[in-house]
Design a protein around this ligand. Structure first.
Ligand SMILES: Nc1ncnc2c1ncn2[C@@H]1O[C@H](COP(=O)(O)OP(=O)(O)OP(=O)(O)O)[C@@H](O)[C@H]1O
Ligand SMILES: [Mg+2]
Length: 447
C-alpha cells in the first residue's frame, strides 16, 4: 500500500503509459510487418511484369541493395524439364503463393507467357520475414523513446499539482504554537478548500477555548486580589498589637506569604492582560523607552544598594517606541528584578537603551550565573523557573516580557556572557522605533 498521493499518482499514470505503449507498440509492429510483406509482394509483381517479355534460362538470383535480399528469376519453359523442382512448379497454378524451391520455403509468383512458356519469381520466406521484422521493429523505436519522456513529464505535472499541498503543510509546520489565525483560501486549489475550512474551524474553536481560559485566569486573579489585599492589611494591623515574640514570628511569616501570593496574582493578571492584546504595534500610543527605563531603575535603586549591587546605565539614548508606558515598565521591571535576584553582592547590573539600525534596543546585563543552556528552550514558558531557581518567584516574568515584546512587534534574545573571570546574562530586547522624542531627558548614566 503506497501512502503518498504522489507515489500513487505516479505509479498509476506510469502503468497507464506503459500499457498504452505496449498495446500501441504491438499493433504498430503487426501493421508494419504486414505492410512490409505486402510491399515485398508488390516488388515480386513488378519484377514479374519486367520478366514477362524477357527470356532467361534456369534459375538466376538477383541481389538488391542488400546482399541477402535475394530474389530468384526461374525460367520453366513450355514443358517440365527433368529437374524435380521444375516439375513440381508446373503442378502449381499462376499467381502468388507459398512454395518450396531448392529445399527452402519461398514466396513465389508464377506466370504463363502468351506463347505458353512459364516462369516464376521467388523470394525465400526467411529473407522476407527478416526484412519485415526489421522494418516493423523500427516503428517501435519512437514509442520506446517517448515512454521515459512521458514519465518525466508526468512526475513534473504531479509535483507541480501537489505543490500547494506541500506548501500548506510547510506553512502549518512553521507556525508558532500559539498562532491560531485562519489560513488564507486565496491561491489554493479548490479541492483543498474544504480541508482548509475544517482547519480554520478548528483554529476558531481553539481560539475561543484559549480566550475563555485566559478570561478565567484573569477573572480568578482579579477576584482574589481584593480578599488578599484585605488579609494583608489585617496582617499589618496585627503588627501594631502587642504580641508575644513567637506570635510576631508567625505574623512575619504570614506577611511574607501574603506578599508572595500578591506577586503571583499581579503576574497572573499581567500575563492574562497582555495575552488578550492583539498582536502588532499598530494603533499603540507612543512612549519613551529611555524614560520608562529610568523610572524602573529608580524604583529598584534602593533595593540594589541595600544588596551592594551597582545598578546603572551604560548608555541611554532618547528613543520613542510604540507601546503603552505600562507595557514598557513591565518589560524593564521584570528584567531588572531577575537581574537583581541573581546577581551576587558586589555585582553590577548595566542597562543600555540605544538605537541600532532602525530598532530601539533595551539591554540588561548582570554578573550573575547566567541561565543553564538546558533551560534556554523553555525559559519563556509560563511557570518555568529553570533548573536552579533563586528566591521566591512565579516563573511568569519572562513569559510576560515575551508576550509584550511579541505584541509590540519586537524580539527578545537571552545570551550567557562567558568571559575571563566573569559570568552573567545579557537580555536584549529589540522594538521597532517610532521616532525621536525631542523632549526626552538628557543622556546620562547612573539612574
Ligand atoms: N538574570 C538572570 N540570571 C540567571 N537566571 C535567570 C535570570 N533571569 C531569569 N532567570 C531564570 O529564568 C527563570 C524564569 O524567570 P522568570 O522571570 O520568568 O520567572 P521568575 O523570576 O522565577 O518569577 P517572577 O518573575 O514571576 O518573579 C528564573 O527562575 C531563573 O531560573
Ligand atoms: Mg522574574
Amino acid at each position: 500500500m503506497i501512502r503518498s498521493l504522489r507515489g500513487r499518482l505516479f505509479i498509476g499514470l506510469t502503468a497507464i503509459i506503459l500499457l498504452t505503449g505496449a498495446i500501441g507498440g504491438m499493433f504498430a509492429y503487426r501493421w508494419a510487418f504486414d505492410e512490409a510483406i505486402e510491399l515485398q509482394d508488390s516488388i515480386l509483381v513488378q519484377l514479374a511484369s519486367l520478366a514477362q517479355n524477357a527470356s532467361f534460362s534456369g534459375g538466376q538470383p538477383l541481389h538488391g541493395v542488400e546482399e541477402d535480399s535475394e530474389v530468384w528469376l526461374i525460367e520453366l519453359g513450355k514443358t517440365p524439364s527433368g529437374v524435380t523442382d521444375d516439375r513440381q512448379l508446373f503442378t502449381l497454378p499462376d499467381g502468388l503463393q507459398a512454395a518450396m524451391w531448392k529445399n527452402q520455403p519461398v514466396r513465389m509468383l508464377l506466370r504463363t507467357r502468351p506463347d505458353g512458356s512459364r516462369f516464376a519469381v521467388a523470394q525465400p520466406t526467411t529473407v522476407r520475414d527478416e526484412t519485415a521484422r526489421d522494418v516493423a521493429f523500427r516503428t517501435l523505436l519512437p514509442i520506446a523513446a517517448l515512454i521515459p519522456c512521458l514519465m518525466v513529464v508526468t512526475a513534473l505535472v504531479i509535483a507541480y499539482s501537489l505543490r500547494p499541498m506541500v506548501q500548506l503543510a510547510g506553512d502549518l509546520d512553521a507556525r508558532r504554537a500559539d498562532d491560531m489565525t485562519s489560513l488564507p483560501l486565496s491561491g489554493v486549489p479548490s479541492e483543498l478548500h474544504p480541508f482548509i475550512s475544517s482547519i480554520n474551524g478548528l483554529f476558531k474553536r481553539m481560539r475561543l477555548l484559549r480566550d475563555q481560559q485566559r478570561r478565567f485566569v484573569a477573572d480568578a486573579a482579579h477576584e482574589l486580589r481584593t480578599p488578599i489585599t484585605a488579609l494583608s492589611l489585617q496582617a499589618e494591623n496585627l503588627e501594631t498589637v502587642a504580641l508575644p515574640k513567637r506570635a510576631r514570628e508567625r505574623v512575619a511569616t504570614l506577611k511574607q506569604g501574603m506578599h508572595r501570593t500578591k506577586h503571583l496574582l499581579e503576574q497572573l493578571l499581567a500575563l492574562a492582560r497582555h495575552e488578550a492584546l492583539p498582536s502588532g504595534p499598530a494603533g499603540m500610543p507612543l512612549a519613551a523607552l529611555d524614560q520608562a527605563a529610568k523610572e524602573a531603575a529608580a524604583d529598584l535603586l534602593a533595593e540594589a544598594s541595600d544588596r551592594g549591587i551597582d545598578l546603572g546605565f551604560a548608555i541611554v539614548e532618547p528613543l520613542t517606541v510604540h507601546g503603552e508606558p505600562a507595557m514598557l515598565a513591565a518589560i524593564i521591571r521584570n528584567l531588572l528584578e531577575n537581574a537583581l535576584r541573581f546577581t551576587p553582592r558586589g555585582g553590577t547590573i548595566d542597562i543600555g537603551v540605544y538605537q541600532e539600525d532602525s530598532t530601539a534596543v533595551l539591554q540588561v546585563e548582570d554578573t550573575g550565573p547566567g541561565i543553564p543552556s538546558i533551560d534556554m528552550d523553555q525559559i519563556f514558558e509560563p511557570f518555568f523557573r529553570g533548573s536552579r531557581p533563586e528566591g521566591e518567584g512565579t516563573g511568569l516574568g519572562l513569559a510576560i516580557v515575551k508576550r509584550i515584546v511579541d505584541s509590540l512587534g519586537g524580539g527578545i534574545a537571552l545570551e550567557n556572557i562567558a568571559g575571563a573571570g566573569r559570568s552573567g546574562l545579557r537580555v536584549t530586547v529589540r522594538l521597532p522605533i517610532a521616532g525621536d522624542l525631542k523632549s526626552s531627558a538628557d543622556v546620562g548614566s547612573g539612574a
